[in-house]
Design a binder for this molecule. Structure first.
Ligand SMILES: [Zn+2]
Length: 261
């Protein structure tokens, strides 16, 4: 259920700068073209994402890159201020995440898969799940400066695919549905290219533009599985207390694909 008096609002709640672009960038551009208000929040500013800069330097650089990427999409950007490899689902961090989410007031949240390749992603997923539940609870206080009010509704919660589509044991995690992102792949890659520090780092390491090429490869794999050129996958959180109506599936109707292989 959404508030019909305003455009629907989707928040990508991810661990690090560039996760939203890599995992669901194509979906975000589809929703943008449908008139949705979009936001991207990252738990950290990517403060460990460099072999040459100090933590403070790379943090500043990556915040600016994340903002530029969000600007390219036409999305709001916020950072919860947690630290790389120290994202944990504890009370202090939850208060920061809920505060940021309340400020955006989403109808739909997409976060990481509960099982993923690194703990930061899994804990970000747990934080986002708890935060969605707490957003509309007026007695849940975030104890932040000038706190935003509780939201009216619990947002629908979706999970992106884990990186490379597998969990930490290498087991395949299948999406509930695929979204054909063939028409938005180039936008996604252009948005991703705003993360220049990460692209240059991988390019220096591999000698090729691996940053963009691996994103293209992963989408091509999902495309092969679902009978289109490029795709991204999602699962919906269907547990008690969360909206169960297939909001995104209905919105993206003509782009929704099932597994064909
Ligand atoms: Zn990440």
């Amino acid at each position: 259920m959404t508030d019909s008096s305003r455009a629907p609002r989707l928040l990508a709640a991810m661990a690090h700068p560039d996760d939203a672009e890599i995992l669901i960038g194509g979906i975000l551009f589809h929703l943008k073209s449908l008139g949705w208000e979009l936001g991207i929040m990252t738990m950290t500013s990517g403060d460990c994402g460099s072999a040459t800069h100090t933590s403070e330097e790379i943090s500043r650089i990556r915040r600016a890159e994340a903002k530029a990427a969000a600007d390219y999409l036409g999305a709001w950007y916020g950072c919860a201020g947690l630290m790389d490899v120290e994202i944990f689902a504890n009370a202090d961090n939850l208060r920061r995440v809920v505060e940021l989410m309340r400020r955006f007031d989403p109808d739909v949240v997409i976060t990481h898969s509960p099982a993923d390749y690194m703990v930061d992603h899994e804990e970000a997923s747990r934080l986002a799940r708890s935060a969605c539940f707490a957003l509309s609870m007026p007695l849940y206080q975030t104890r932040q400066t000038a706190p935003a009010p509780a939201t009216k509704l619990t947002p629908a919660l979706y999970y992106a695919d884990p990186i490379e589509g597998v969990d930490a044991m290498g087991e395949r995690v299948l999406p509930h549905f695929y979204v054909d992102t063939t028409g938005t792949l180039e936008n996604k890659l252009e948005m991703l290219s705003h993360h220049k520090s990460q692209r240059d780092w991988l390019r220096a390491h591999h000698g090729i533009d691996e940053y963009l090429e691996q994103a293209r490869r992963w989408c091509a794999r999902y495309g092969r599985e679902s009978g289109c050129n490029y795709a991204e996958g999602l699962r919906q959180h269907l547990g008690h207390g969360y909206p169960r109506e297939p909001l995104l599936q209905n919105m993206l109707n003509s782009k929704i694909k099932s597994r064909t292989t």
